[in-house]
Every structure is written in structure tokens, then in C-alpha cells.
Design a protein around this ligand. Structure first.
Ligand code: SAH
Length: 231
């Protein structure tokens, strides 16, 4: 009698809890198949990171059901988490791999940082809005990311103590490329950054620092990001 009671609980648990988890897993794999791979992302490290990171555990409660949809989502304080494809695109463009140290400006939900952390050795991420930075830090710790270092500050100045970085990913649109970020990029390193005025269409730019310290930029695609703000 007692045993069958436990068996019943076991099945109920699976039905309600485990099947719910499966649904997120299915949605996530489908997101990568239909939104990411189907649109031409081929970098293996990026694809496997996108298949792994539990986006639904990084968005606010009320957005959990929308976590794997093909669009940006509000994360509070007027900020947004980028559309999954944009996260994949920006990850692929820096050619992530083992041994790399990456700086992200604009932690937001922590999702882009988690994707990077699956594909490189160390991620340093800076957020200007304290409550967003703290909440992302907590969630990332809970998910077990011990290679992500967070800080609440104005990302304009980068993170000098840990420079130079193999790559820098900026997730807020700036009217110009902050000079400290170019300085903190390793020679041979890549930075991806949306450039343009707030609330207009901006350009996603790739900045490559050459071995002689000079840098060149390439215009990648038109985008819309939340503005890069200053304290
Ligand atoms: N990468 C985030 C996207 C968040 S949107 C994610 O995956 O969820 C961009 C974020 O940049 C916002 O949270 C905004 O507060 C932050 N931001 C804007 N200007 C900043 C600055 N000067 N320094 C650091 N973060 C900044």
C-alpha cells in the first residue's frame, strides 16, 4: 500500500515537473533548429552553447513562457534581452573558443554572458543598472557558472584589471566606440558593437584590432538595441 503510494507520487512528479522541463528542452532545441541554424549560424561552439543555456531560467518570471520565442523580451527597467538569433550572431562573430577571455558590456539578464561562458574560458560582464546586475549575478551563480565575473559600473571604461581581452561584446548601442574598449582589446582581437543614435536603426559593427595596434571596422547589419547610457 505504502509502496504504491510512492510509485504514484513518482509518476505524478514526472508528469508535472519532468514533463515541464522537457517542454523547455524541446522548445530550446527547436529554437536553435528553426531560428539559429536555419538562418545560417554554423559555428559549432555557438550552436552547442545555444542548445545548452536555459534561457527560460534567466528571463523574468512573467516572460518564462516566451523565453524561446523569436524576439527580444523585456527584462525590466526599460531594458531588453536580445532576440536569440542576435545573441547567436554576436557570439559567432567573435569566433569563440577555449582559452579566450571575453568582456561583455550590458549584462542585462545574463543570457548573453551564459552563452559566451559555455564557449570560452572566462567572461567578464559589466552592467550599469545595479538591480539588473545583481539579479543576473544571482541567477548565474544558481546555474553554476563559475567562469563569469560580474560588476556594476559604467562599461564605457571597460575592466582595466583584466584587460586585454580576446573579444569584447557590447549589447547596448553607443554613438561612438568607447576608446577604453579599443585599448582593452588584445591585438588580433575582435569587438562587436551596435553603433548609432538611441531609438533609431543602428549598425552592428565588427572592430578588429590588428597586430600593429591599428584597428579596422566592418559594418555588419542594421540593428536596434537599447541605448548605451552613462552615469
Ligand atoms: N546582454 C544582455 C542584453 C541586455 S540589454 C542580455 O543578454 O540580457 C543592454 C544592457 O546594457 C541593459 O541592461 C543596460 O542597462 C546595459 N547598459 C547600458 N549602458 C551601459 C553602460 N554604460 N555600462 C554597462 N551596461 C550598460
Amino acid at each position: 500500500m505504502k509502496i504504491s503510494f510512492y510509485i504514484l507520487w513518482f509518476f505524478l512528479y514526472f508528469f508535472f515537473f519532468a514533463s515541464g522541463q522537457d517542454k523547455y528542452e524541446r522548445d530550446r532545441q527547436q529554437m536553435v533548429d528553426r531560428q539559429i541554424e536555419a538562418r545560417g549560424i554554423t559555428n559549432k561552439a555557438t550552436l552547442s552553447a545555444m542548445r545548452k543555456v536555459e534561457r527560460h531560467r534567466l528571463v523574468p518570471k512573467e516572460q518564462v513562457k516566451n523565453a524561446y520565442q523569436d524576439r527580444p523580451l523585456p527584462i525590466g527597467h526599460g531594458q531588453t534581452i536580445s532576440q536569440p538569433y542576435m545573441v547567436a550572431y554576436m557570439t559567432e562573430i567573435i569566433r569563440p573558443g577555449p582559452g579566450m577571455k571575453v568582456l561583455e558590456i550590458g549584462t542585462g539578464s545574463g543570457y548573453q554572458a551564459a552563452v559566451l561562458a559555455e564557449a570560452v574560458d572566462e567572461v567578464y560582464t559589466i552592467e550599469i543598472i545595479e538591480s539588473l546586475g545583481k539579479s543576473a549575478e544571482e541567477k548565474l551563480n544558481k546555474l553554476g557558472y563559475d567562469n563569469i565575473y560580474t560588476k556594476v559600473a559604467d562599461g564605457f571604461y571597460g575592466w582595466e584589471e583584466h584587460a586585454p581581452f580576446d573579444a569584447i561584446v557590447v549589447t547596448a548601442a553607443s554613438e561612438f566606440i568607447p576608446p577604453p574598449l579599443i585599448e582593452q582589446l588584445k591585438e588580433g582581437g575582435k569587438m562587436v558593437i551596435p553603433v548609432g543614435a538611441p531609438f533609431t536603426t543602428q549598425h552592428l559593427m565588427l572592430v578588429e584590432k590588428k597586430k600593429d595596434g591599428k584597428w579596422k571596422t566592418k559594418n555588419l547589419l542594421p540593428v536596434r538595441f537599447v541605448p548605451f547610457t552613462r552615469n
